[in-house]
Design a protein around this ligand. Structure first.
Ligand code: RP5
Length: 503
């Protein structure tokens, strides 16, 4: 059977929870809050359970009050009381209500979710090599809806996400993970039937892999709390598609990182995992090992030239993985015809879905305003030490020329190796003696040597995002040089097209 492809996060059809009114239908091209949509009139819905559990009126209540003023909601996100993994929270300019980072979902209010804005959850992705199957198995619980899911639940007030993952796992499966160190796989928004325009679920998913000698590997799980049943199940592509919400995507993300972490898996498991769709979204660097290429840029949109550069560098420099990091953008300054940072990450997810060991990080896309390379690298270094991974920063010739003007260039060179690029057949400024002398004057001899030590000339086609945007704006019916899934996505969203008639 051919490999099934896992759609990147949040391109799943939105489901709807019991009791909710029908969602106001939103075309993909008007999903983003950046695009004006005068006719948008979603129904307002809040379950009566929220008022019954109002924390300001009921002891132990888990819901925010309904009548919080716009000013107060703004204050909650300014003070950090309301906090999102996805970056700064946007608010509706009229009501002050927090706006779902996924865009318009067709229902206003909080639905069944207690908190305005992010409702924090934690999920446990527990794996073992099955004693009988000899294959990788995942622990699943049956939700009340009858769907199978990863064990997980809402984070209690004052509790950390990691503690919640341990607790939920214990409550729902009876298994205690003491002694097994989990790895953070994903932090961010989670699809599901309960999401609305003003309230959403964000989860932190932790991977517990039970080693051969772990006593828990052979323990029998017992369903508890709100789980109807619990089981170990061999991981297959079909299983992933059947799981609750986008838990299947979380599993595929976890396994993509797991493969990068354990390249020497037993052969049966390696061929089992080769059938699992690759999920390139990487929200934590802690799982990476070895030689890691860091490829920043605007990728507006990503095209085949970017992919070819990454493929060639991966082979030439024996990189274990390449992480693309689309740069951020101030949402207030976004031009109407440019893709938002979130959309550029999404396009990259499509572009990399058949490129195992290539990932896309939303690190910069989630950072507000202008973000500097040194800050990005320091954030990465907080998660992955030099002993764990060697970072190779991939820089085009123009960036090399400007490098001395960057913020803290010498510190950058302390943190990483640099792969300076030029294209075959074009005389590169990087090769010119004048440039080398200027760099030596401005950076010193040792730093210049480091900057140019992996200088690489590649034979890649000349493709530019600017000309792709121009072609689209001029109404081209087919654009060469971008992956088909990226083209499908940007057309559905009407990105880069003239949009006068949309609103
Ligand atoms: C999902 O809802 C999260 O991934 C988490 O598993 C779950 C939390 O909700 P409850 O299980 O508490 O309903 O979206």
């Amino acid at each position: 059977m051919g490999a099934l492809t896992m759609p990147p996060l949040f391109e799943l059809p939105l489901t709807i929870a019991k009791g909710y009114p029908a969602r106001f239908e939103v075309p993909d091209s008007l999903r983003s809050w950046d695009r004006p949509y005068a006719g948008y009139q979603p129904p307002f819905y809040e379950s009566p359970r929220l008022a019954e559990n109002d924390r300001t009126r009921v002891r132990g209540g888990w819901a925010d009050p309904a009548n919080v003023s716009g000013e107060e909601l703004l204050l909650w996100s300014k003070s950090g009381y309301m906090r999102s993994y996805e970056g700064p929270i946007r608010h509706d300019p009229e009501t002050g209500r927090p706006l779902n980072p996924l865009g318009r979902l067709g229902i206003a209010g909080r639905g069944l979710l207690g908190k305005w804005g992010p409702n924090h959850a934690a999920d446990a992705f527990v794996t073992r090599i099955g004693p009988e199957s000899g294959l990788l198995e995942v622990l699943l619980i049956k939700r009340k809806s009858g769907e199978w899911a990863l064990p997980g639940g809402m984070v209690d007030s004052g509790e950390t996400a990691k503690a919640a993952a341990y607790r939920e796992l214990g409550e729902e499966s009876g298994l205690s993970m003491d002694g097994t160190r989990p790895r953070l796989v994903y932090q961010g928004i989670c699809d599901g039937p309960r999401l609305t325009d003003n309230a959403w679920i964000e989860t932190a998913m932790f991977h517990f892999h039970l080693a051969e000698h772990s006593p828990v590997r052979l323990a029998t799980p017992r369903a508890g709390d709100d789980a109807l049943d619990v089981k170990w199940e061999v991981v297959t592509p079909e299983l992933l598609y059947s799981l609750y919400a986008n838990h299947g995507e979380f599993v595929s993300m976890g396994l993509s990182q797991f493969r990068a972490l354990y390249p020497d898996l037993p052969e049966r498991v390696a061929s089992q995992l080769a059938r699992i769709p690759h999920h390139p979204l990487l929200t934590s660097f802690s799982e990476l090992r070895g030689r890691v290429g860091i490829f920043g840029g605007s990728f507006d949109p990503v095209h085949n030239g970017h992919l070819e550069v990454a493929r060639q560098l991966k082979t030439l420099h024996k990189l274990d993985s390449v992480v693309f990091i689309p740069n951020g953008q101030n949402p207030l300054k976004e031009a109407a015809t440019q893709a938002s940072a979130q959309e550029r990450v999404q396009m990259m997810c499509y572009a990399l879905k058949d490129e195992p060991q290539m990932f896309v990080s939303p690190l910069q896309a989630r950072a507000p305003g202008k973000s500097f390379t040194i800050d990005m690298l320091s954030a990465i270094r907080e998660e992955v030490s030099p002993g764990q991974a060697n970072l190779f920063l991939i820089l085009g010739a123009d960036c090399v020329k400007q490098f001395p003007e960057w913020k803290k260039p010498l510190e950058i060179l302390d943190q990483v190796d640099v792969i300076a690029l030029s294209r075959a057949g074009v005389e590169s400024p990087v090769e010119s003696l004048a440039l080398r002398e200027r760099l030596e004057r401005e950076l010193g001899e040792g730093a210049t040597k480091k900057l140019l030590s992996y200088f690489t000339t590649l034979d890649v086609p000349q493709i530019s995002s600017t000309s792709i945007r121009r072609e689209l704006a001029e109404g081209a019916t087919h654009v060469r040089d971008i992956p088909a899934d990226v083209e499908r996505y940007l057309r559905a969203r009407k990105l880069y097209a003239l949009r006068d008639s949309d609103t």
